[in-house]
Design a protein around this ligand. Structure first.
Ligand SMILES: Cc1ncc(COP(=O)(O)O)c(C=O)c1O
Length: 380
């Protein structure tokens, strides 16, 4: 895979290593967005069938990206909190059941579980990250697996941790959940698109992804997969379009108790969004063409020299087996002054994030080895 910066609208004097905050936009997607906005000026050209065609295509593309065998298990969501809430509200949880969360997740995969635990008198079990660096990722994974027991109703976690890129072995975690019939709900926002994810292989109960980071889409649209376990659930809102026969606009007041098939009931109202949907389709088509595994390889190639040099200088970066290549944390040795580092990054116009105790670096196909050499100079 080659550098693809020319396809993005990124300023040349900025070194953008912050895709985990928000991806830059492909020029082709900006173009589609502008054309789509203009279409509303001619409502006579927007036909009833247009409310349905594009969103079905979007679901098909996302199903293909994540290797889901049936696109009807996909829903279109406005945010991760929305997608997780649809799953959480449909999981049977009894008094005394345990809900396991990986520590320090993004709040959209935390607040809803606090609420569900309170409502059902269930117990939230947070699996902390190990305090020592040695084998940190390995131990964290082990602690999560060991925490799953016959009281576990659900485990809600990411594939790649948003703050420092720790990689969780979802296959092993899924195996353990199966032995106790616990559900597995994944926030894939910081991985899907840049890191391979296969529904066929991992078999989660739900996978929820925001669209504006590694899916390269616009803000306010995301994608969700709900397994067949959710086929009879109750959505958090009751949009007309998700009901059976909604394509027949003349009969909408013949109110329907039945929903469209499978996960369609969980799509947000107005999911035919005429601006965001075509943009998201184009973004996912580009990712399917590139392939997440190639994006990982590319990110590994451009970052590895800097990572080796930083380790020699005393910085901690997780073993590559337990972290992603598109998103990773750099932990500073004690003698490094983080304020000074921030100033030096700012002067060099290098954009990264500070999350928890780590400097979060997140790269993609618009970055280059030169970007990492510039970053290395600041850390030096
Ligand atoms: C892991 C993760 N999940 C979700 C989100 C966004 O959540 P929402 O779409 O609910 O705003 C972010 C944003 O940074 C994130 O890092």
């Amino acid at each position: 895979m080659q550098n693809q910066k020319q396809l993005f609208d990124l300023s040349d004097d900025v070194t953008y290593l912050n895709g985990a905050y928000m991806s830059p936009q492909l020029r082709s997607i900006t173009e589609i967005g502008l054309q789509s906005v203009a279409k509303k000026a001619r409502p006579d050209e927007i036909l009833p069938k247009d409310f349905f065609i594009q969103k079905e295509i979007l679901k098909q593309r996302f199903a293909s990206l994540i290797e889901a065998s049936d696109y009807k298990n996909i829903a279109i969501i406005p945010s991760v909190s929305y997608g997780i809430a649809n799953a959480a509200n449909n999981i049977p949880i009894k008094k005394g059941d345990e809900i396991i969360l990986a520590d320090e997740q993004f709040p959209s995969n935390v607040y809803i579980w606090q609420e569900i635990a309170k409502k059902n008198e269930a117990i939230l079990k947070i699996i902390k990250s190990p305090t020592e660096f040695e084998n940190r990722g390995k131990k964290w994974n082990k602690n999560i697996i060991e925490a799953i027991n016959h009281k576990t109703a659900v485990i809600a976690m990411p594939h790649v941790h948003w703050a420092d890129g720790t990689l969780f072995d979802l296959k092993a975690i899924r195996e353990k959940t199966k032995t106790v019939q616990a559900m597995l709900i994944i926030d894939g926002t910081q991985s899907v698109g840049a890191f391979p994810f296969s529904i066929k292989e991992i078999e989660p109960d739900a996978l929820i992804c925001g669209g504006y980071k590694w899916l390269l889409g616009p803000y306010s649209i995301g994608m969700a997969y709900y397994s067949d376990a959710f086929n009879d659930g109750t959505p958090i809102e009751h949009n007309w379009m998700n009901r059976y026969n909604s394509e027949d606009f003349a009969s909408l007041t013949q109110y329907e108790n039945r929903y469209q098939e499978k996960a369609a009931r969980y799509s947000v109202g107005e999911s035919s969004n005429f601006v965001l949907t075509p943009m998201m389709i184009k973004a996912i088509e580009q990712l399917i063409e590139w392939q997440p595994k190639n994006i990982q390889n590319y990110c590994e190639q451009i970052s590895k020299e800097m990572i080796n040099k930083l380790r020699d200088l005393g910085y901690f970066i997780e073993d590559s087996q337990y972290r992603a290549h598109h998103l990773f944390g750099i932990y500073l040795p004690k003698h490094i002054n983080s304020e000074k580092l921030k100033t030096s990054l700012k002067e060099a116009k290098i954009i990264v994030s500070f999350r928890g105790n780590a400097v979060r670096i997140s790269c993609n196909v618009y970055n280059s080895k030169d970007d990492f050499m510039r970053l290395l100079n600041c850390f030096k």
